[in-house]
Design a protein around this ligand. Structure first.
Ligand code: HEC
Ligand code: HEC
Length: 139
């Protein structure tokens, strides 16, 4: 029994040692070149993760907002040539304002924390959220 305990503990220690090694081995974050709406403190990996969230919330691919480069050439994710990118920046600011200025002032009754507004609150998998008028006409 005691033996087993030692074995488990030493396996955990080894696992932690391995994990911290592999984190050290991770390449450094690439530099961000053109960030205007996200906080300046965000790392490349955090921005990249947020991009996957956008993709799912709007049901689009990266080039819906990012300029399409010719096949075989590298992507230019810092470019502002695609006008949808500036719309998305306005959406980032709007969503942040809604949470910071309005949601944060609401006293919440039924849950412990206030539900934050995200892109998906409105978009729900569509680039243009369903318009209430259109929805009403369908019924
Ligand atoms: C809904 C629009 C939208 C989609 C879809 C999107 N992006 Fe972005 N992306 C943006 C905006 C807006 C910025 C700039 C944010 C800012 O200015 O703070 C950005 C910035 C970036 C940057 C930082 C570039 C730099 O150096 O400044 C990377 C990298 C990036 N996107 C990758 C991706 C990838 C990969 C995908 C697909 C998985 C993707 N994006 C999908 C809107 C989008
Ligand atoms: C409060 C609701 C709401 C939230 C939250 C919201 N959007 Fe939007 N978004 C809209 C509406 C409504 C439109 C359509 C505007 C129009 O008529 O062109 C839109 C349009 C867009 C478009 C342009 C689509 C097109 O094809 O022209 C992009 C890109 C976009 N939103 C990205 C985002 C991203 C990214 C987030 C999260 C950071 C976000 N939105 C959060 C309501 C919202």
């Amino acid at each position: 029994m005691k033996h087993l305990k030692y074995l488990v503990v030493s396996m955990i220690v080894i696992a932690i040692a391995f994990l911290s090694q592999s984190f050290k081995a991770m390449p450094p974050d690439p530099e961000l070149k053109n960030i205007k709406a996200f906080p300046k403190t965000m790392t490349y990996r955090q921005v990249d993760h947020e991009m996957d969230v956008f993709k799912v919330a709007l049901g689009v691919k990266c080039n819906y907002c990012h300029v399409q480069t010719p096949p075989g050439t590298p992507r230019d994710l810092a470019s502002d040539a695609n006008p949808k990118k500036e719309i998305a920046r306005a959406m980032i600011r709007m969503t942040r304002d809604m949470n910071e200025k309005y949601m944060s002032t609401i006293a919440h009754a039924d849950t412990a924390t206030i539900q934050a507004i995200t892109c998906n609150t409105c978009h729900r998998g569509a680039a243009k959220p369903a318009n209430a008028d259109i929805v009403l006409k369908e019924h």
